[in-house]
Write a protein that binds this ligand. Structure first.
Ligand SMILES: *[C@@H]1O[C@H](CO)[C@@H](O)[C@H](O)[C@H]1NC(C)=O
Ligand SMILES: *[C@@H]1O[C@H](CO)[C@@H](O)[C@H](O)[C@H]1NC(C)=O
Ligand SMILES: *[C@@H]1O[C@H](CO)[C@@H](O)[C@H](O)[C@H]1NC(C)=O
Ligand SMILES: *[C@@H]1O[C@H](CO)[C@@H](O)[C@H](O)[C@H]1NC(C)=O
Ligand SMILES: *[C@@H]1O[C@H](CO)[C@@H](O)[C@H](O)[C@H]1NC(C)=O
Ligand SMILES: *[C@@H]1O[C@H](CO)[C@@H](O)[C@H](O)[C@H]1NC(C)=O
Length: 938
């Protein structure tokens, strides 16, 4: 077996970073050789491992987000199974930790240096990763492992990121794509902002992988089950959808992105400075400044590949953008393919006429030819430079190229290095280039570098229905420049190793963040000096900013002590590594590049960030051995010789389940679950016990593929009464029924209430009699006594409520489940009870003194033990004669008790575990080899 970990990250590691680790001895291959046919059959039947838990917890402190993902999987099959853990993480995040527990082994990720050769190769690999996206797109983290049969796996992943402010909000995005419905699914986001939260909203889950804050956003509010608790400085958002709620969002368990958006209060125009343990962070986001005039040239790719929706959407987006230009702005438009087509050979003032003419020009653009990126950029920059040269230098304005393409350079200059070189030489730092790549064919690396080297931003837009909205959203971020040439200064002796302090532009709605170390930890004021240009003049702001020491506290607001990492130190490391990476990317000088690489690598290893210069190795943690699961332990069963005989009457089908007295089938699971199965055609009743674990969900009836009916029961634990031979007992606390035909209905019964979720949701208290129905499912509640469920008129179940007025310490209100009529269930029905429904049973090997026919119950035996062998569904099980009370003790049944339930049942205990109350998956019932018996018996 192979244990595989593949990381596909923004600066990608895929091929280079495959880590392989041998684990326990291979058995599946040998098994495959011995019984190839069986294996092939099983492979076809194989379902993926069950995810029992998927939980994400983020703690955001001063806009720095720590996120941990925890995912548990269970392999119920009798074969080893591949499990894949897939998590999309934001492209700007660094993975910091990964741990995998498989079976009883622990694999711990460790971040180490990546070899230099690999570091250089990174560049070439970038455009090959499938999940590689633009600045904002998520990256995929994948890990896969082989989970041994009946085993569990836990995947723990941590990542960190600084949230960027865009359009006046911070946005924290958590990908919730477990690929299946999950029993326990939670997303918890805690936000601590000392400055105070000015707004907070939770968006509806969105499946678009890339959203760019387009303007048209539906505001239907947070998804169901979201709870927001918030005061001035702290917010806790909890999303905990039940399986039914998940199914209503998406049957396939792909709920999309869970997005929390917020902003903080800003008291000082010069920004907010926070200090903790020698680290500071300065957030600068002034408002209420007059916008700077902008000179903008829109450069549109009109090569042949843009044909169709791409060009249409681009045109529509441009129309919107042109309307947003302000009267003091200047603009022009260039279309390019093989040739460069200039609308006007100079910049044009914004007037209603010029906007209309521009739109007409764009409207008539038609796609032809190749892609001359170099020529188009040169022309655009020339237009801007000559405008600025000819006009009053005193007038401060910002010059921008908005460059949009869907392809690679194919005409004119096609060398990436020379295009970059030419562009940089032409802009001379005075024109900023904003690039947008549409679709998958772009040379995104080139666009990224063009922007990085020319004070711009880049964005990749997917070819989706909303590409136009994404374009407009990106433009919105840059449409309002407020300051240019911003320099932030601190007194030289007081601050060390500050991150970048020069910024070419500041756009409304964004934020400038600087982090550094303080030389004097006792400082209570920090002098901050900001110089910048705005529309009127050169501005200088100087203020002493009071520094309020932040309270310590790492991830998790409940951690009080110094246990957690210093978030400001993490933030500083994060920003520093990000900046080193982008300098490395821009640098053309070999020695300089190597120095940057080493610096970034050292800090990344130190801070445990997974970057292009670091790698993650999975190491098996030593000495982690979990206690062996208790295998079939045969606890002595209190079975005395049978003394009474009661001939079980063969049951007529239940016509009217509402009629309480018709009890046909005693087939039931009740008490500490004691199972009784009637074989009416054989005249036999069999009973067995299952000792489950509290919290486990047992499959009672699994007929998803047939009649569409699934019944699961969840166990609750209770201490055994004094003097009992067991330590604890388990009872059914919740019975859930999923019906998929003719339409989906979800029923959940507890001793307190019944919830029916079908066309709509009804909650019925159990202390009132009521009747309800939904899509082929009828329900009747008898107050404090029972619930009768009829499905499609042919299936009837009765759920008894066992309620205690004054429960003793060992008593729990619980439920009993009875199959009143199983006529409509199919022949492939399975589950702890369901598997016996259409079976014959036979007694053999009974002692001679028992009834010679061996099929009926034995005659009364005066003090003699009655033992026999039961044959059912190909299993041979020793049984003893026993009495049992069912129906609240109202009825006594005599049954053949199988001590070893594991021999009676198809499969092992784990095979009967459901991942969540409405889990309908099953791989049982197809004559597969029996697993080891691990059902502990009483
Ligand atoms: C990584 O995560 C594991 C499991 O949560 C934890 O035990 C370990 O301490 C973490 N490692 C680091 C370096 O934080
Ligand atoms: C990108 O992909 C193309 C083929 O799709 C390949 O020729 C090229 O080497 C890759 N790398 C870069 C950096 O363009
Ligand atoms: C906000 O709530 C958190 C957590 O409940 C608490 O620690 C903090 O003191 C509260 N702050 C204010 C201003 O009420
Ligand atoms: C970039 O341009 C400069 C002069 O403008 C030249 O010296 C240098 O060799 C060029 N580099 C490349 C890679 O073309
Ligand atoms: C949290 O604070 C309490 C009381 O101040 C202290 O007893 C406890 O040890 C602290 N916990 C940690 C993890 O430091
Ligand atoms: C349900 O409870 C009612 C009230 O106690 C009782 O009359 C009726 O017989 C019960 N129905 C079944 C099917 O047990």
């Amino acid at each position: 077996m192979l244990l595989l970990l593949a990381l596909c990250l923004g600066l990608p590691l895929c091929a280079g970073s495959l880590e392989e680790a041998r684990s326990w001895g291979d058995t599946s291959e040998q098994g495959g050789l011995r019984a190839p046919r069986q294996v092939r059959l099983l492979q076809r039947l194989k379902t993926k491992p069950l995810m029992t838990e998927f939980s994400v917890k983020s703690t955001i402190i001063s806009r720095y987000a720590f996120t941990t993902v925890s995912c548990r999987m269970l392999n119920r099959a009798s074969e080893d199974q591949d499990a894949e853990f897939l998590m999309h993480i934001p492209a700007s995040a660094f993975i910091t930790n990964f741990t995998m527990l498989v079976g009883d082994k622990v694999f711990q990720g460790e971040i180490t240096e990546r070899e230099k050769e690999n570091g250089d190769k990174v560049k070439e690999k970038r455009n090959k990763t499938a999940e590689d996206n633009g600045e904002k797109g998520p990256d995929a983290f994948r890990a896969s492992a082989v989970i041994p049969s009946k085993g569990k796996a836990v995947f723990l992943l941590s990542y960190e990121e600084l949230l960027h402010r865009r359009l006046g909000k911070y946005e924290h995005v958590v990908s919730v794509r477990p690929q299946q419905l999950v029993g326990r699914l939670t997303v918890e986001v805690n936000i601590l902002e000392r400055a105070g939260l000015s707004s907070l909203e939770v968006l509806p889950p969105q499946d678009t992988r890339q959203r760019h804050g387009g303007r048209a956003e539906d505001d239907t509010g947070p998804p169901p089950s979201t709870v927001i608790n918030q005061n001035e400085t702290f917010a806790k958002v909890l999303f905990k959808p039940s399986v039914v709620q998940q199914a209503k969002i998406a049957q396939n368990g792909i709920l999309g992105d869970f997005i929390v958006r917020y902003d903080v209060n800003r008291a000082q125009s010069i920004g907010d400075v926070q200090v903790l343990d020698g680290y500071f962070v300065h957030y600068f986001a002034p408002r209420d400044l007059p916008p700077l005039p902008k000179n903008v040239v829109f450069v549109l790719d009109s090569s042949a590949s843009m044909v169709g929706a791409k060009l249409r959407q681009t045109k529509d987006a441009l129309f919107t953008i042109l309307h947003d230009l302000r009267p003091q702005d200047r603009f022009s438009i260039i279309g390019f393919s093989n040739r460069i087509k200039v609308w006007k050979d100079h910049l044009v003032a914004v007037t209603p006429d010029s906007i209309r003419d521009g739109k007409v020009y764009i409207h008539h653009m038609s796609p032809t030819g190749g892609t001359d990126i170099n020529g188009a950029l040169q022309t655009a920059i020339r237009l801007l430079s000559s405008y600025v040269a000819r006009n009053d230098i005193e007038e401060r304005s910002v010059s921008l190229v908005v460059f949009l393409t869907d392809g690679k350079p194919t005409v004119g200059e096609t060398s990436t290095a020379r295009i970059l070189n030419n562009t940089k030489a032409a802009t001379r730092g005075r024109v900023c280039v904003f690039t947008i790549g549409i679709g998958d064919d772009v040379d995104f690396r080139l666009l990224e570098k063009l922007s990085l080297e020319n004070c711009g931003l880049t964005r990749r837009v997917r070819e989706e229905a909303d590409a136009g909205a994404q374009l407009v959203g990106f433009y919105d971020e840059i449409r309002t420049p407020l300051l240019s040439d911003i320099r932030i200064g601190y007194p030289p002796g007081l601050v060390q190793q500050a991150t970048r302090t020069f910024f070419p532009n500041y756009f409304n709605g964004s934020e400038i963040v600087i982090a550094g170390k303080l030389v004097d930890r006792q400082l209570d004021r920090l002098r901050v000096e900001v110089t910048a240009s705005n529309s009127k003049k050169f501005v200088v702001l100087k203020t002493d900013v009071p520094v309020e020491p932040q309270r310590a506290g790492g991830p998790g607001p409940e951690d009080n002590g110094t246990a957690g990492p210093n978030p400001l130190e993490r933030l500083w490391s994060y920003l520093t590594v990000r900046e080193l990476l982008s300098s490395w990317l821009q640098s053309g000088d070999g020695r300089e590049k190597e120095r940057l690489r080493q610096q970034a690598q050292a800090l990344a290893v130190n801070s445990r960030f997974l970057t292009p210069f670091t790698r993650m190795r999975l190491k098996k943690a030593p000495g982690t051995r979990q206690p062996q699961r208790a295998d079939a332990v045969d606890v002595s069963a209190a079975t005395g010789p049978g003394t009474a005989v009661q001939s079980p009457p063969p049951g007529p089908a239940l016509e009217k389940p509402h009629d309480p007295r018709i009890k046909v089938s005693r087939t039931s699971a009740d008490g500490d679950p004691h199972f009784v199965v009637d074989f009416p055609t054989s005249g036999l009743t069999v009973c067995f016990n299952v000792d489950g674990q509290p919290g486990d969900i047992l499959r009672l009836v699994s007929d998803h593929a047939g009649s569409g009916v699934t019944v699961n029961g969840q166990l609750v634990g209770a201490p055994a009464p004094p003097g009992g031979h067991k330590k604890q007992r388990t009872y059914f606390q919740t019975i859930t029924i999923l019906v998929t035909k003719p339409a989906r209905s979800y029923l959940e019964v507890t001793p307190r209430r019944v919830i029916l979720d079908g066309e709509d949701r009804r909650v019925l208290p159990c202390n009132q009699s009521a009747v309800a129905g939904s899509r082929g499912l009828e329900l009747s509640v008898s107050a404090n006594a029972n619930v009768t469920v009829t499905i499609q008129g042919t299936i009837a179940f009765v759920i008894l409520m066992h309620l205690y007025k004054k429960p003793a310490a060992y008593q729990r209100d619980h439920l009993g489940f009875y199959i009143a009529s199983g006529g409509g269930l199919s022949g492939s029905c399975h589950g702890l009870l369901g598997q016996f429904l259409n079976q014959e049973a036979r007694l053999t090997g009974a002692p001679a003194r028992l009834s010679p026919s061996s099929t009926g119950p034995p005659p009364p035996q005066a003090g003699g033990a009655s033992a026999a062998t039961l044959q059912v569904a190909g299993h041979q099980v020793p049984v003893v004669w026993k009495q049992r009370r069912i129906y609240n003790g109202e009825e006594q049944v005599d049954c053949w008790f199988a001590r070893s339930a594991g021999q009676l049942l198809d499969g092992a205990y784990e095979d009967y575990l459901a991942a969540h109350p409405f889990d309908a998956d099953t791989v049982l019932g197809l004559g597969r080899p029996r697993g080891p018996a691990v059902v502990a018996l009483t």
